[in-house]
Ligand binder design. Structure first.
Ligand code: BEZ
Length: 283
C-alpha cells in the first residue's frame, strides 16, 4: 500500500501515457453518455477522457486523488473553455461519501484508476466499502461503469520491479523481502472478477456486464517507452533509493523486460495489460 497523490507528474503522464485515455472505446461505449447524463469521473488523471465524454453528456465532474493531476485537468478545461466540466480533488478510496452529494450524478465512471484506488486500501473489506460508497451516492437506476487493471495485469513488470528493488537494497546491505515491498511500496491491487462481483453484489448492485480481457498495450515513444512507463507509474517502488540507484534500477528493469515485452521488429514495447470492465446498476 502506498499513498501516491502528490507524486504524480502531469507532464510524465501526458508524454508517456497518452495511450491510457486513447484505448477506451469499449468502456466509453458501456457508459454510453447522453445529453441527459451528469457523470462523476473518479480517478480521471489528466482529464482528457472527462473532456471527451463531456461532448456527449450534460456534465462531467472530473476528479482525482492527486492535486497536481486535478490542477492539470482544470487548466485544460479552462484553456478549452469547456463549460460542462468541473474539477475537484476527491480520493475515491475514502472521500466519495463525504464529498459527493447523494443523487447528484446518475452515472459514475472510472478508467484505469480502480487498481490504484483498491491498492491504496488495506483490505478487501475496505475495497468493498469503497464500492458501497459509490452505490450509496447514486440515485435509483444509476450506473457504475469501470475499466481497471484486472488480476494478472502487467505480471512481467511486477516480477522485474520486485527483482530490481530487492537487488538495489541488497547492495545497500538491506534484505527487502517481497512482503516488505508489497506492504510499503506496491501501489496497485489487481482484483479478480470474482472479488469484483462479490463487492458489487454486496453493495446491492445488479451486474449488467463483468468481463476480463488480455489486451497487449503498446507504450508511447518507441525504445524509451518502458523507461517512461516506470518514471510515470513505477515511482513508488523506488522510494528510499538515491537518484543514482533509482536510475540504475529502472535501467536494470528495462533490460529484464526486453525478452518479454520488446518487439525488435516493430521497435516498440508491448506490455501484458489485463483489463477488468464492468457495468453495474443500482436498481
Ligand atoms: C493499468 O492501467 O493497468 C496500469 C497503469 C499504470 C500502472 C499499473 C497499471
Amino acid at each position: 500500500m502506498s499513498n501516491t497523490g502528490e507524486q504524480w507528474s502531469p507532464s510524465n503522464y501526458v508524454t508517456h501515457a497518452s495511450f491510457v485515455p486513447a484505448l477506451t472505446s469499449r468502456v466509453v461505449s458501456l457508459l454510453a453518455p447522453t445529453r441527459a447524463d451528469n457523470i462523476l469521473d473518479l480517478g480521471a488523471g489528466d482529464g482528457i477522457l472527462s473532456i471527451a465524454i463531456a461532448s456527449q453528456a450534460a456534465s462531467v465532474h472530473c476528479t482525482d486523488g492527486s492535486r497536481p493531476m486535478v490542477e492539470y485537468a482544470a487548466s485544460r478545461v479552462a484553456e478549452g473553455n469547456i463549460a460542462n466540466v468541473t474539477t475537484e480533488v476527491i480520493d475515491a478510496s475514502t472521500q466519495v461519501k463525504e464529498q459527493v452529494p447523494v443523487g447528484k450524478y446518475n452515472k459514475v465512471f472510472s478508467n484505469a484508476a480502480y487498481h490504484w484506488i483498491f491498492g491504496s486500501l488495506p483490505s478487501n473489506e475496505a475495497r468493498a466499502k469503497a464500492i458501497q460508497d459509490v452505490y450509496d451516492i447514486l440515485p435509483q437506476g444509476g450506473q457504475f461503469v469501470v475499466e481497471c487493471g484486472g488480476h494478472g495485469n502487467i505480471g512481467e513488470i511486477l516480477v522485474a520491479l520486485v527483482s530490481v528493488v530487492k537487488s538495489a537494497w541488497a547492495k545497500k546491505g538491506v534484505d527487502k523481502t517481497y512482503a516488505d515491498i508489497k506492504a510499503k511500496l506496491w501501489p496497485w491491487y489487481f482484483a479478480t472478477n470474482d472479488e469484483i462481483e462479490e463487492w458489487l453484489k454486496a453493495a446491492g448492485f445488479k451486474i449488467e456486464l463483468l468481463e476480463r480481457e488480455y489486451r497487449p498495450t503498446t507504450l508511447n515513444n518507441g525504445e524509451l517507452g518502458m523507461k517512461g512507463w516506470f518514471d510515470t507509474f513505477g515511482f513508488t517502488f523506488l522510494e528510499g533509493l538515491t537518484e543514482e540507484e533509482k536510475h540504475a534500477s529502472i535501467a536494470e528493469a528495462v533490460e529484464l523486460l526486453r525478452g518479454a515485452d520488446w518487439l525488435e521488429h516493430g521497435g516498440k514495447w508491448v506490455v501484458g495489460y489485463v483489463r477488468c470492465r464492468f457495468k453495474a446498476i443500482k436498481e
